[in-house]
Design a protein around this ligand. Sequence first.
Ligand SMILES: CC(C)(COP(=O)(O)OP(=O)(O)OC[C@H]1O[C@@H](n2cnc3c(N)ncnc32)[C@H](O)[C@@H]1OP(=O)(O)O)[C@@H](O)C(=O)NCCC(=O)NCCS
Length: 157
Amino acid sequence: MADVPVCTAIYNYYVEVGVSTFDEEPRSAVQGLEWYAAHRDPRYPLIVWELGDDLLGFGTLSRWSKKSGYDRSVEVSVFVSPGHLGQGGGRLLLSRLIAMAEEACHHVLVGRIEASNKDSLILFQRSGFTPVGVLREVGFKQERWLDVVILERILNN
Ligand SMILES: CC(C)(COP(=O)(O)OP(=O)(O)OC[C@H]1O[C@@H](n2cnc3c(N)ncnc32)[C@H](O)[C@@H]1OP(=O)(O)O)[C@@H](O)C(=O)NCCC(=O)NCCS
């Protein structure tokens, strides 16, 4: 719970700068708490990356769809503090989330990444995700249409 404001600040940086999230309005403190509450279910965890006392990144597994037939598919998200990119935090968070998805008996991990987000596409593909398609012009932010690459990793469950 104490981590929520820092996670919110990291997330809001990416809301304001760039298109890695298609949210356009900063997440409020209340919305941050709602987000935290949604990830208290152990099947849909929120994890953080810390060095010493500093929280430098976070990652989540989220329901892919509320329809029950999708129950064993989860979407994965990872966000690292802009001052601490390239230090292995993203890789660490993603590998831990993959392990947690396996432990939770999920079957498929899905990533949705804006098509120009090369760092994320590299990270996900090096972590065993395969691009399975591109949704063209499905997003609109910063006065332009944005394509989204869908990646998936099928687990052995
Ligand atoms: C994507 C993101 C999580 C990566 O975090 P990071 O901590 O900088 O990544 P890491 O340092 O763990 O690097 C992960 C891998 O990507 C590679 N990589 C990272 N940035 C790279 C770059 N600019 N060029 C080439 N490779 C790069 C690293 O070499 C590493 O590969 P390796 O482990 O095989 O050596 C981070 O850029 C971020 O938070 N971006 C905004 C949010 C986002 O796009 N999230 C992903 C979609 S949900």
